[in-house]
Design a protein around this ligand. Sequence first.
Ligand SMILES: Cc1ncc(COP(=O)(O)O)c(C=O)c1O
Length: 395
Amino acid sequence: MIWYPYEQMKTMKAPYKIVDADGVYLYTEDQKLIDSVSSWWCMIHGYKHPELTAAIKEQADHFCHVMLGGLTHEPVQKLTQKLESFLPGDLNYCFYSDSGSVAVEVSLKMALQYNTNQGRKRPLVLALEHAYHGDTFKAMEVGDDEDYHFAFDKKEGVIHIPTEIPALEEAFANYHDQLNCFIVEPLLQGAGGMRMYDISFLKRARELCSEYDVLLIFDEVATGFGRTGYRFVADEVLPDILVLGKALTGGYLGHAVTVASQKVFDAFYSDDDRKALMHGPTFMGNPLACAVALKGIEIFEREDYMSKIHRITEISHREMDGFTDPRIREVRIMGGCTCMDVYDPSTLEGFQQFAYERGVFSRPFLTCMYTMMPYIIKEEELIQIYDVMKEWFRR
Ligand SMILES: Cc1ncc(COP(=O)(O)O)c(C=O)c1O
């Protein structure tokens, strides 16, 4: 039996069975659906992209996997070289892993050991209220996602603050000599409820982190590759460690990367073996994943995805600004994300099937009816998503 994610298996409704997928569309036996959530926000180029599929096939003809322990290969070398120039500042040191959660774990491990390698004991992590950083244990701990991880409420060693500058300044005033890092989902907190906040908060965080040598970690697993309307939020405010996943491979294979700056890397670079980073997922730097990631970045640049995203943002404002209903708390739009936040989650019960019948796959959660569309979406397809969302309230 398949044990499905985030489900009470006893009461879950049967999932829709997908038999094919192409462009922005998912196909079941009886329906053609626009994937309004890009398969958990990763499928930015759409399904069955000929160049991405070819990149995987081509690499598969050589070899599908070799470990990075004691071995290396061209796909991982080329991707790393590309990331070095594609990513801002001195974010040049790429540690690969198989999922966003693991890449977050690696970033937190780096931050802790960055300090111990320099003979400093700094046990605390600063994080945001409503944060979501993945489902592994340390990621759950720095997360503040009661709705997901209610069964695991241990939060030792983590301080959670709201996205407000006075709270940030107070946390640094009280704990600066105990903090090893401040980890954030920059500008857009996804799974915690599609919460959006101002860049001034991150700029102040950068100043304080630099002042007290606390590492600033941007978890851009969800926000990276244009989702906020910035290519990376890291282009605007430079973190010490950047975590990427999801769209890194265009969603074609599970892979992630933790990218460290020079300062972080230098704290590990030593004649002393005990200062090395002791981590090594079996599938890190998987050649198929690296080959498809490299091709995905090439397409992202060549086809000027940032202008596609800006167009999506314009259409989203045109279609959704001013839409109100007494059940809606707020409509929020940022880059390639639009969220209708309702007061009561029961307002959204039945919406998924309603959308299905109108040709849209949606997966509302908490109080959020939202879309994080593939960037290749056409204007009429995006309008169809918004029409279905609005129709639910107009019935
Ligand atoms: C911000 C953020 N970090 C980490 C993760 C975990 O990534 P993965 O599901 O690949 O483990 C997610 C997944 O949604 C995420 O949104």
